[in-house]
Design a protein around this ligand. Structure first.
Ligand code: SF4
Length: 646
């Protein structure tokens, strides 16, 4: 979008909006998210309520709970099951707690259709036509007209329960390729009955649901519909048709519309990572806004409240909805309202803790390790302030220093380099990753505010520990690049990926990157973007195993466009002065010429101080990569957890 001067008061964002008889205190909404804080019987766990109430306290105007299930597809609020009564009682309590903060709340109703992520024994996926969403997924069963009728009734019954629980609105989810969206999209709907054909037929399922909810509820419950401005797949829903769809939805009774994009398998993915620009779906909302006269909600990697205000000022949407930005910082709205933008812990679009959940934890956040564990991770003042020496100023060291200082401990943080940040600074160098450095800006400001003593450019030794004589030593010295045992590894033409990203070495035109992990692929992207001819060689069958699926999908796409070739199941036998000798699984070898050989073969912990320091302080801890080299999510998590424990 064009540059607009920032309004630091964000007056538009924090102005109320009235929809029907309901006034929403501001125009910053929390978008529905698919959490995993619930049991399989649909019972909502306390963590879910804590998560929602923390966001309500943080000052959003409106919250939509994501993906309440119709039929078998519920993993969260089951509004249509044997546990209904208990659920309604629990929901009433949640609604009240949210209302107590002056925040409006609604529930999104969804049936996953053919895109159900985890198979349920004995249950066959359903869809408008027997077309699986990917080559590897199950062929769904085509719904009959009687079955569609029954499902419409289920949606209406669910909406009644939502009203009974006291929610302000129900949102019919007709986006992202799930059941209703799969009917709307020509990509997945090949029917030739009244539920197929043109947009009137394909939208009929959704329209009937909305019409009947409206008939039953009169004006007592607001109705929203979330739909795709574009499916972003071949033969999918286009913006032109979605404009027509928006008019039909309004005719059938919706009070406001929410415009998203994408289906499973689309490019960009539904929840795009940092490779896709912020505000990526705004143009879709803008077009819909021209087509209808009800409020339009926009969503899609909007993380900065100043950008949200600009969007509203420009008239392209009426409400801005954020999801990951509020996972990253639940207090973003109140911080923005008082103009404290440098206090905001911005989402960096990594998808590691939320969408891709690469560490296997329940939904969480790389920059906010308390997300999903709000009560458990509350900051409690220390009983007895201690003198803590933190050795290493990467993410783990900084996070532990910040957290322990918040609790009242006295911290001296040692970093041998002349800047804090460690490997995280390198992680922000590859293309499109500039946002990563925002986390560092936030953390460094916190260290300053908390009065953490920074000993920068000073290498901590045993002597330093002796002199300091702290109560606690935390070793967060990180890792070093691993040098695999390959003949010729000491040749002049061999450099590490870290050297490349630090721009500290000369790189020739023809480059081979050894290692197809995240670091190898991102370094290949960096080099290819600078005009180098790059090949990536990986010993295993697949590359990017340490990347989440959304980031991997986008990075592979970039590498293909840049002409980077990726060779898998190939072993490097020897490095020579002119290139590398490689062998495939069958042992067939070939020599290829390269000017520069880049190592991205992993890393090893730096633990040289660990044994010596043990016994020098009452408590000694080793965290982050110094404990075990893993990605940044673990480093921050280690620091956050230890900082709460000391
Ligand atoms: Fe944003 Fe990454 Fe946190 Fe997800 S894990 S909310 S993408 S910072």
């Amino acid at each position: 979008m064009e540059k607009v001067r920032h309004d630091n008061t964000l007056s538009k964002l924090f102005s109320p909006i009235k929809i029907g008889d309901v006034t929403i205190k501001n125009r910053l909404a929390m978008a529905p998210m698919g959490f995993f804080y619930s049991s399989l019987d649909g019972a909502v766990r306390q963590e879910f309520n804590d998560f929602i109430i923390t966001r309500a306290k943080g000052g959003v105007g409106m919250i939509t709970l994501g993906d309440a299930g119709i039929g078998f597809t519920s993993l969260e609020i089951t509004v249509d099951s044997a546990v209904q009564r208990r659920m309604i009682k629990a929901a009433k309590e949640l609604v009240k707690a949210v209302h107590d903060h002056g925040v409006r709340i609604g529930v999104q109703l969804n049936h996953s259709g053919r895109q159900l992520d985890s198979p349920i024994p004995g249950y066959q996926l359903i869809a408008p036509s027997p077309i699986p969403w990917s080559k590897r997924s199950e062929v769904p069963r085509k719904l009959t007209i009687e079955q569609i009728e029954k499902l419409i009734e289920k949606y209406v019954n669910a909406a009644e329960k939502i009203k009974e629980a006291g929610f302000d609105f129900v949102e019919v989810k007709a986006c992202h390729g799930y059941l209703l969206s799969s009917f709307i999209s020509p990509h997945s709907n090949r029917r030739n009955d009244q539920y197929g054909g043109d947009i009137n037929g394909r939208a009929r399922f959704s329209l009937e649901i909305i019409k009947r909810i409206r008939q039953k509820m009169r004006e007592d419950l607001l109705i929203s519909c979330r739909f795709n401005g574009s499916d972003h797949v071949r033969e999918g829903l286009t913006l032109e048709e979605s404009r027509e769809l928006s008019r039909l939805l309004v005719e059938h009774g919706v009070d406001f519309l929410s415009v998203s994009a994408g289906v499973h398998g689309s490019y960009p993915v539904i929840i795009p990572p940092f490779y896709i620009p912020q505000g990526c779906y705004l143009h879709l909302a803008e077009e819909i806004k021209h087509a209808v006269r009800v409020p339009v909600v926009t969503v899609g990697r909007i993380k900065d409240p100043r950008m949200a205000n600009e969007i509203l000022e420009s008239g392209k949407a009426d409400i801005v909805s954020m999801a990951r930005a509020l996972l990253a910082d639940p207090d973003l709205p109140i911080k923005a309202q008082r103009g404290a933008f440098d206090e905001i812990r911005f989402c960096i679009g990594c998808n590691e803790g939320c969408q891709d959940r690469i560490a296997g934890f329940e939904t969480t956040c790389l920059v906010n390790p308390a997300a999903g564990r709000e009560k458990q991770m509350a900051i409690v003042p220390a009983n007895k302030p201690k003198r803590i020496m933190v050795i290493g100023g990467g993410l783990a060291g900084i996070e532990v220093a910040k957290t322990a200082a918040l609790r009242g401990h006295k911290i001296n943080l040692y970093e041998e380099n002349d800047r804090l940040g460690g490997q995280w600074r390198l992680a922000s160098i590859p293309p499109c990753k500039e946002e990563f450095v925002e986390l560092l800006h936030y953390l460094l400001l916190q260290l300053k505010k908390l009065g953490v003593t920074l000993c920068i450019g000073k290498r901590a030794t045993i002597k330093t520990v002796e002199e300091e004589n702290p109560d606690v030593v935390v070793i967060a010295t990180g890792a070093l690049p691993l040098k695999p045992q390959i003949p010729g590894i000491e040749q002049q033409n061999v450099v590490t990926a870290w050297d490349v990203l630090a721009n500290s070495v000369h790189i020739g035109k023809q480059v081979v990157v050894i290692g197809g992990n995240a670091l190898g692929l991102e370094t290949a992207d960096y080099l290819a973007s600078r005009g180098k001819d790059v090949k990536v060689v990986e010993e295993l069958e697949h590359v990017g195993r340490d990347l989440g699926p959304t980031v991997r999908w986008h990075l592979r796409h970039r590498l293909k466009e840049l002409g980077v070739s990726i060779l898998t199941s190939i072993r490097i036998v020897e490095i020579t002065s002119g290139g590398v000798l490689m062998a495939n699984r069958e042992g067939k070898s070939i020599h290829k010429s390269f000017k520069t050989i880049v190592l991205a073969a992993g890393s090893v912990s730096r633990r040289e101080l660990v044994d010596e320091v043990k016994g020098m302080a009452r408590e000694v801890y080793v965290i982050g990569d110094a404990s075990n080299p893993r990605n940044a999510l673990f480093a921050v998590r280690d620091g956050a957890e230890l900082g709460r424990k000391i």
